[in-house]
Design a protein around this ligand. Structure first.
Ligand code: IMP
Ligand code: MG
Length: 180
């Protein structure tokens, strides 16, 4: 697996440190709020970020899952996102924090935010580990951002290509000859 990576952009240690800081930033916003925060991770790319982030949050919280897929199989070009699993928990009247791995075209987050807005939450915020600033659209602003990165297709720490490399501990750029 490691041999498929052309260059490491973010080392695991850097990610760990930044996720710890994000935990503090997020906790400062939601500390003491009632009812408890509901985190909505977008599956599957957010799983590793989610697992690390929530253990840095000393808050009472719930998780409601949603699965949206923007990339079909071996594609690295985003298509219109498909909802594969509808929201698994009730968010009415609650503070909601949507968690995703990366903000790219914004279509995935736009779809999930609209789905949650329909259910009348108390508030909605967005946390992403990565943002590709060149593409981030003006109507989808992330409230918490781990790292701004260059406009390259990246894998690892939850991010996949054709469902592989999610378990690569760092975030790296895949060798171009492996992509279509
Ligand atoms: P968007 O809808 O274009 O903002 O894309 C967001 C979704 O596409 C994310 O939830 C990721 O799962 C996936 N994605 C976007 N860019 C990358 C990338 O560079 N590597 C892997 N997955 C990506
Ligand atoms: Mg995703």
């Amino acid at each position: 697996m490691d041999g498929d990576i052309e260059r490491i952009l973010l080392h695991h240690d850097q990610i760990t440190e930044r996720v710890r800081q994000l935990g503090r930033e997020i906790a400062a916003v939601y500390d003491g709020r009632e009812p408890a925060l509901t985190i909505v991770p977008i599956l599957s790319g957010s799983i590793i970020f989610l697992a690390d982030l929530i253990r840095e949050l000393p808050l009472k919280m719930k998780i409601a899952l949603v699965q949206v897929s923007a990339y079909a199989g071996r594609s690295t070009e985003a298509s219109e996102p498909q909802t594969l699993i509808e929201l698994t928990g009730d968010v009415a009247g609650r503070d909601v924090l949507i968690v995703d791995d990366i903000l790219d075209s914004g279509r995935t987050l736009r779809r999930v935010r609209a789905m949650i807005e329909q259910r009348q939450p108390a508030s909605i915020r967005i946390a992403v580990l990565l943002r590709k600033p060149s593409k981030a659209p003006p109507d989808i602003q992330a409230d918490f951002v781990g790292f701004d990165i260059e406009d390259a297709f990246v894998v690892g720490y939850g991010l996949d290509f054709d469902d592989h490399y999610r378990n690569f501990p760092h975030i790296g750029i895949l060798r171009s000859e492996l992509m279509p």
